[in-house]
Design a protein around this ligand. Structure first.
Ligand SMILES: Nc1ncnc2c1ncn2[C@@H]1O[C@H](COP(=O)(O)OP(=O)(O)OP(=O)(O)O)[C@@H](O)[C@H]1O
Length: 253
């Protein structure tokens, strides 16, 4: 029998490797020497109390903010030295995405696809498929200005997926979604990693992280305080330990 070896990092590098990341605002270290590894092909949940530094970290990963120190590698690419190559591989869905009110849903998706140089016919087919999946097919030619918050959130997700990124990063993706829409988004994220892609989410809904994420990282005051599978996080804490138990213990410590 052959031993099962871990994937060779030279051939299958992790989706994200953060080392010694630091970002300060007016002398306050929002991210304070963060080290984090996200394996490819999984859903990873980044958790932490309000102000822990989650959004600041992800803004640096996506190139929207410059770290004071540290390194970020995306699929082996140095994101600080080669930001264009890094950006091509990822999509970022902020918690309050900005749409263009005067564009219709179809026009918005065509516009985003154009930025990524997705051929128009490929983009149109993907847009129709994504709008149908998200229950927005009948809003295809409606302007975004009339959309509810949840509809905007779903359209922004379609926009994030239109260039088929290798890594999708979502900040609180379920905020504002009704139960049915939240289910569709969760199912889509699971299907997306099934294609080999990687997803990183932040969420305050611990059940979502517990049920969906292969691995969970908990940060507090800009540092990683725990990380692993749910079983690893619960180890040594007694039968029936929930993520909420682990989170409340570590986040408040
Ligand atoms: N542009 C900024 N200017 C000044 N301070 C900032 C800025 N962005 C973030 N901060 C501070 O950095 C710290 C971390 O904020 P961040 O938004 O990363 O936390 P978070 O973990 O995403 O929190 P939440 O769960 O509340 O969204 C907070 O103290 C916040 O006030």
């Amino acid at each position: 029998m052959h031993a099962i070896l871990p994937p060779d990092p030279a051939v299958y590098p992790p989706a994200l490797v953060i080392s010694g990341l630091v970002k300060s605002f007016a002398g306050m270290r929002a991210v304070d020497g963060l080290d984090l590894v996200v394996p490819a092909g999984e859903i990873y949940a980044l958790l932490g109390p309000n102000g822990a530094g989650k959004t600041t970290t992800l803004r640096m990963v996506t190139g929207l903010a410059r770290p004071d120190a540290g390194s970020i590698r995306l699929f082996g690419v140095d994101a600080l030295a080669d930001p264009i190559a890094a950006k091509q591989m990822l999509a970022w869905l902020p918690d309050e995405p900005l749409l263009y009110d005067k564009l219709t849903a179809a026009e918005y998706l065509a516009f985003i696809a154009g930025l990524w140089r997705v051929p128009a016919d490929v983009a149109a087919a993907r847009a129709d498929r994504l709008l149908a999946r998200l229950g927005l097919a009948d809003k295809r030619d409606a302007r975004c200005e009339g959309f509810s918050r949840g509809m905007k959130q779903k359209l922004a997700l379609a926009g994030a997926l239109i260039h088929e990124p290798r890594l999708l990063i979502l900040d609180e993706p379920l905020t504002g979604l009704d139960a049915a829409a939240a289910r569709v988004v969760k199912d889509m994220l699971i299907e997306f990693v099934g294609t080999g892609a990687t997803v990183i989410i932040t969420t305050h809904i611990l059940e979502v992280a517990e049920r969906m994420a292969a691995r969970i990282g908990i940060i507090r005051a800009g540092r990683l305080v725990a990380e692993g599978t749910m079983a690893e996080l619960a180890a040594g804490r007694g039968a029936g330990t929930t993520l909420e138990d682990v989170f409340l213990e570590l986040a408040a410590a």
